[in-house]
Ligand binder design. Structure first.
Ligand SMILES: [Zn+2]
Length: 193
């Protein structure tokens, strides 16, 4: 896991993880028709809740090649959590959530991602975690799998502690992968107000 605070390296790294995830979906072929082969059909996605993203990142996506089907397939992502939250931002954001919004942490965030992330943005994300995320069926199902149960029960702090992301930075990727099922469009519907 590259050091997140050392520039923009975390973003290309997470992009590679996403490329692997989409490749797995591509190999499966079309879910809706037996003949369908899947081709890359990426699209640009401006993440909401991030005021100054440098370049519009591409969400990796696939399209069936059969006339009359052409259904889109989207893989789980460690970068995109629906339209609003960017995985790379979340990765760097988790430690900040553990330690609270100290100015030094916010500054580290800004440097790591080249973003202007202000307190208001951070506060909105925090509210999302404590509101829609906690209520989601993804979380209700996922939290039951932790043994012993998460303590404290509230994400994202509980997840940060359980995945030990402060002690071992490589665990961030495991955490993002754990969260990735909720990034598909179907799962995301209930996570957006
Ligand atoms: Zn198809």
């Amino acid at each position: 896991m590259p050091e997140a605070s050392g520039g923009h390296r975390i973003i290309p790294f997470l992009e590679k993880v996403d490329a692997d995830l989409i490749e797995l979906v591509r190999q499966e072929g079309c879910r809706y028709c037996p003949e369908g082969k899947l081709h890359r059909s990426d699209y640009k996605r401006k993440p909401r809740g991030v005021p100054s993203w440098p370049d519009e990142p591409r969400r990796f996506s696939l399209c069936c090649d059969q006339e009359g089907c052409r259904r889109r397939h989207t893989a789980p992502s460690v970068r995109f959590l629906g339209r609003r939250v960017y995985g790379g931002v979340v990765a760097v954001l988790f430690p900040a959530m553990v330690h609270g919004w100290k100015p030094k942490r916010v500054e580290q965030l800004r440097k790591a991602l080249g973003l202007k992330v202000d307190r208001l943005t951070l506060e909105r994300w925090r509210q999302w975690w404590r509101g829609l995320f906690v209520e989601s069926s993804f979380w209700k199902e996922a939290r039951a799998r932790f043994m012993p149960p998460l303590c404290p029960a509230d994400p994202p702090l509980s997840l940060c502690l359980r995945f030990e992301i402060e002690e071992r930075r490589d665990r961030l990727l495991e955490l993002l992968k754990f969260l990735s099922p909720m990034t598909t469009p179907e799962a995301w519907k209930e996570l957006t107000a």
